[in-house]
Write a protein that binds this ligand. Sequence first.
Ligand code: IP8
Length: 268
Amino acid sequence: MSRGESRGLKGLVVLKIGGSVITDKTKEMTYRPDVMGRISREVARCWPIPLAVVHGAGSFGHPIAKRFRLNQGYRQQEQLEGFVKTVQSVKALNQMVTEAFIETGVGAVGIPASLLFIAKKNVIETAHLDLIFSALDLGIIPVTCGDVVFDRETRFSILSGDDIVVYLAKALKANRIVFATDVDGVYEFDRTTGRKTLIGRLDYRKHVSLSYGDVEGDDVTGGMFYKVEAAFEAVKAGVKVCIVNGLVEGRIESAIKGEEVHGTVLVS
Ligand code: IP8
C-alpha cells in the first residue's frame, strides 16, 4: 500500500467525483466499476499529494430521494423508508468506491456523510472532522459522499457532495478542489449561432451572467449552476478550484497535480 506514512495536510487536494461519472444516472443503482478503476489508478499516480475524496450519489441516491421527496425534509412517516433506504444505498456506493481505491493499492477509508455530519436546515452544522484528520494524518484517503443526513431543524436533509467538498476544503484549508464531472467544464452558449464554447477561466460575474439550462432527470441537488455557485465560496476562501471531465483519461490526474488541463478554472 503506497499511502502508509504520515504526510500532513500541506497541499491538500479535495477531489469530488461526480455521481454522473461513477454511476449511470439513467439506470437506478448502476455503478461503473471500469471508470472508478481507472480513476483509482490516476489517483495512485498522484502520490504523495494528500487527498480527500467526496463522491456524488448518482443513481444510488437521487431517484430514491426524489421518490420520497427527501429534499423537503421530514413531512410524514412514509418518508422514513426512503431515508433509511437512501442511507443504505449511498453507503453501498461508498463501499464500492473505497474498495476500488484499495484494490489499486491506495489506502482509503469510507466514511459516508450520514455518519460524519449533522445539518441544520440543509447546512452542515456539526462535522466529525477528527475522523478526516486522523485518516489524512495516517496517509489514508478519507472517502465521503453526497448523502442524506440528520438535520436539527428539518429532521433529515440532503447534503450534496458539492457542499461537502466546499465545507471540507475550507475546514481543512485545502490548496485545491478538483471537480470531476461528465463534461469538460463550464460552457458559454451563443444563442445566435447555437455554438458552445468551453470557458477556460470563469469569474463570478461571468458565472451569474450565464444560462446553465435545466437540471437533468432525477437530480435533486441542482446541477452545474449550483456546483459553481458553491465552489465560489471556496474560491473566496483562497482555495483553487477547477472543473474537469472525469470520463476522459488523465484529466483528474493532471488537475490533482496542478498541471495545465483542459477544463474550467474558477478565478476571483
Ligand atoms: O450527488 C446527493 O449528492 P450529490 C445526495 O453529490 C443524495 O448531489 C442522497 C441525493
